[in-house]
Design a protein around this ligand. Structure first.
Ligand code: SAM
Length: 278
């Protein structure tokens, strides 16, 4: 079966850089563990777990309906094929001027009218400035288009084969599995104060939302993802010094893996994975 090393469709915030570390941690869990990917996103973590533990139960919480994007991939490929014809004489990475932009918008609108669905996030990565995404036609038509049009088809075959797909708030899923002793939770919430518009959720993640997630880390097996920008680990360490309350710091005795990203010569940040066996 094909082993995907990144999400087969564009997805912001996917944890592809951590996959080798995730695999090393998973090796410590028995084959009959139940893995619950509470914030499934692109499903790349669920896919990776299933590859490594084919007999284990893997539950992917598809809160954003990424499955719909996967199911629509041939339609998306066909739309991109038509867009490639329109843009074939234009320079790569350069602005797509009129009347080409209007022609592209016209076929996208037609597609939406006929089929009732268009994967705007995937189209965004072919038509918009890098890392810019929109989720509907009204937003798309306001953007400046760039010729980043993908030249080959997207392939998604068997990506989530044998993974169990659910779609719910993470707290509901957690409640279902919290008392199962061999449950392992993959916990990758949206970054603090990130704009979740491409995630299909309409709000920003505030401190309270972020702190609520800590509930799923108490006395559980977990792999938790964050970045040094959130300072959540530091906050929990500080709380520990101010109270005798047991379990106040869910990261106590956990192990941390860091990956540094240099954005430019002055800006950098560190993505982190913390994991703990209960
Ligand atoms: C950082 S992303 C996860 C990325 C994923 N681990 C990957 O590698 O692709 C966070 C995800 O949590 C989802 N999310 C937001 N609110 C949620 C909620 N209340 N319950 C479950 N998932 C939620 C977002 O829509 C987004 O898909």
């Amino acid at each position: 079966m094909k082993n995907y090393t990144q999400s087969p469709l564009p997805f912001q915030g996917q944890k592809r850089k951590f996959l080798s570390h995730v695999k090393s941690v998973l090796a410590n869990y028995p084959e009959d563990s139940i893995f619950i990917d509470l914030f499934g996103g692109s499903g790349i973590l669920s896919h990776t777990v299933k590859q490594l533990k084919p007999t284990a139960k893997v539950i992917y919480n598809d809160y954003d309906n990424f499955s719909k994007r996967l199911a629509s991939v041939s339609q998306t490929n066909e739309l991109l094929r038509k867009i490639r014809i329109i843009t074939k004489d234009l320079k790569k990475d350069k602005l797509i001027p009129e009347p080409y932009k209007s022609e592209i918008l016209k076929i996208i609108k037609q597609e939406e009218n006929i089929i009732g669905y268009v994967d705007y996030i995937t189209l965004s990565s072919s038509l918009l400035f890098s890392a810019k995404y929109v989720v509907n036609f009204a937003e798309l038509e306001k953007q400046t288009f760039y010729n980043n049009v993908r030249q080959s088809n997207y392939v998604t075959d068997n990506y989530l084969k044998d993974v169990e797909i659910v779609c719910s708030d993470y707290r509901k899923i957690f409640d279902q599995y919290k008392s199962i002793s061999n449950a392992v939770f993959l916990v990758d919430p949206p970054y603090l104060s990130t704009d979740c518009s491409t995630y299909g959720s309409d709000k920003y993640w505030k401190l309270k939302d972020y702190l609520n997630v800590l509930d799923v880390l108490i006395n559980t097996n977990y792999l938790y993802f964050t970045s040094n920008k959130s300072q959540i680990v530091e906050l929990c360490e500080w709380m520990e010094t101010r109270t005798d309350k047991e379990n106040i710091n869910p990261f106590k005795d956990s192990t941390t893996v860091c990956i540094n990203t240099q954005l430019n010569h002055s800006a950098k940040y560190t993505d982190m994975m913390l994991y703990k066996f209960k």
